[in-house]
Design a protein around this ligand. Sequence first.
Ligand code: PLP
Length: 380
Amino acid sequence: MRPFPEPVPITRPLVPDLARLSARLASVLGSRQLSNGGAQHAELEAALAGLTRVDHVALTASGTTALILALAALGRRGDEVLTTPYTFAATTNAIAWAGMTPVFCDVDADDWTLSPDALRAALTPRTRGILAVHTYGIPCRVHAIERFAREHGLFVVYDAAHAFGVERGGESALAWGDASCVSFHATKLLHTGEGGAVFTRSAATHARLDRLRNFGLFARDGEFEVGLNGKMSELSAALGLCVLDEVAREITRRGALVVRYQDHFRGVPGLRHVGPPAGVAPNHQYFVLAIDAARFGRTRDEVWEALRAANVHARRYFHPLTSAVPAWAGVPSARPENLPRAHAAAKEALCLPLFGDLGTDVVDRIAEVVLHTAALERAA
Ligand SMILES: Cc1ncc(COP(=O)(O)O)c(C=O)c1O
């Protein structure tokens, strides 16, 4: 099979209309306020609060910063935080940068989000919180997680880096827990180049976040607590406001491509689309396949290599588990026998290219490459 002449990327950022962005940037430059909560920053926070119906939004410099700030606002250094190893480095890194210790718990077999059943065995007297991930924009089992948290007096932070735009029952996924942290990195649906935000329904948590992202400074006399510079600039906020206008259309375009991928892979033994269940309004941040080598006849890595040879940048997302890297592999909760389902997921997951202006013919060819590895034909 001939490779694509140009590399097919895993994603491409939404690029807003240049004239509209220029108008906003002109207004930023004219104001001579480039950071520290100017007009664009205020407008983006208000727009996001309005869209999600979550009262308090704190924009941050990145999704990672959002996570560190949320943990610092809700817990203390030295706390243990129950979390998933089936995630991007940033989730586990944030716990460490907040001065806390991750305690790894297994995921559920179907959607690879943190398993509420795994929490109880991981509890110790130092456990203070839970950091769960809405992996690929698939909502965690929030009711069970939050019931457990209430029983044991724990805070709940959701890593919602992938979940902007996801809703269930008309409610934004960003409304759940004590705080939800979003990434606005350029690889995300809504982006500000680099950026993020913490969403919370608590005015007190928001006030704490507001201080922590500004060096921990109190309003008076330069007095401070331990904080960091976690603010978003006016330039990023202006970009975010322009991209925000495009997001709904992008979700629709991606949705059509997801259906096309699904049509190709439906009924193929050993291939499963890992997506949100019925009742969730998805954001189509990613298209993820679980490849069961025993049934498909080829391993995930063999498919990944075949795609690479075809000039397609698929990603083994997430591989390796964050519990398997040298920084954490030695902690007791990282033992593979504690995390069998997460280890299985890290062997099976393959993220295929998905972005609004990806051609349907390209989706068809990618599907063809995947199926061809197992000597199967794609759907006509
Ligand atoms: C699950 C998860 N959490 C956190 C982050 C960090 O976000 P950022 O890159 O904005 O720091 C990412 C980034 O891709 C992510 O995938």
